[in-house]
Unconditional design. Structure first.
Length: 278
């Protein structure tokens, strides 16, 4: 054994050394496991998803802010405009409707009565279409102002009429424009006026019936159609003029009056009913 070598440990010293080592091991801190690294997020996918979401929101905003017609074709826009126009017309009631032809019986109003506006006709047409309540006797000494029965319009007396006389002084006959008007009895022409007063073109004939002066008035005749002159003697059934719409009239018709003593107006329709045909 070298003099520099340490002396061997005794058994007691060895056991003490082992206890010290064991004590150190039991008090040493346990090793700490390293924290597991978090997995990397798919950054690209998240970014792409965000872009898609933003694009979708932008599309919704654009769709709600743009007018509906911006998504239509030019033809569809034009059709939509026409539909809107017709819809507006329907809501207004189609006030601007224009007929190609005017019917034969359009209501018209004048100063003496509410008339039926008729297209021009002739006596044969009047005979075929007459719906009057009278018939004329062509052989009688007192006749109706037309050779055949014709429709009768407004009658004599009071009426509730806006824009025309409320006290109607005669009877309105509606045979059609240009129909011939005849004298109801023998007599003498007192008045012939071709003007535009309330009666328009009109003729007045004085008759002596049952010893009494009775005057008959024929109004609204056509200009230039008067077939007699003042002072002319006339026979029953003689042509006096043609139905027109002169004066205070908006539709062709005859305004006919009976004036007793040449002045007093009476119901001319009832007078004819009582006297025509004898």
């Amino acid at each position: 054994m070298s003099p520099d070598s340490p002396a061997p440990l005794t058994r007691r010293e060895l056991r003490e050394a082992e206890r010290r080592v064991a004590s150190v091991r039991s008090t040493a801190p346990a090793p700490v496991a390293a924290p597991r690294a978090a997995p990397l997020r798919p950054v690209r996918r998240a970014r792409v998803g965000g872009v898609v979401a933003l694009s979708f929101v932008a599309a919704i905003v654009a769709a709600t802010s743009l007018p509906a017609t911006s998504l239509l074709t030019a033809e569809e826009v034009q059709a939509q405009g026409l539909a809107s126009s017709f819809g507006a017309d329907l809501r207004r009631g189609a006030q601007s409707f224009v007929a190609g032809e005017v019917g034969a019986e359009t209501v018209a109003r004048d100063g003496f009565g509410v008339q039926e506006r008729k297209t021009q006709t002739n006596v044969a047409d009047i005979v075929r279409t007459s719906d009057s309540g009278f018939m004329n006797d062509p052989n009688a000494s007192i006749q109706w102002p037309f050779a055949v029965g014709v429709p009768v319009g407004d009658r004599f007396g009071y009426r509730n009429c806006a824009g025309c006389s409320v006290n109607h002084g005669g009877t309105d006959f509606n045979p059609g424009d240009g129909s011939p008007i005849q004298s109801i009895a023998d007599g003498v022409v007192r008045t012939v006026i071709d003007g535009e007063g309330s009666l328009g073109v009109h003729v007045i004939v004085d008759h002596e019936i049952d010893g009494q002066l009775v005057s008959s008035v024929y109004a609204h005749m056509q200009h230039g159609s008067a077939a007699v002159h003042e002072g002319d003697p006339v026979k029953v059934g003689q042509l006096l003029g043609l139905v027109g719409t002169t004066g205070m009239s908006t539709g062709p018709h005859l305004h006919f009056e009976i004036r007793l003593d040449g002045v007093t107006k009476v119901d001319s329709y009832l007078w004819l009913k009582a006297n025509a045909g004898r």
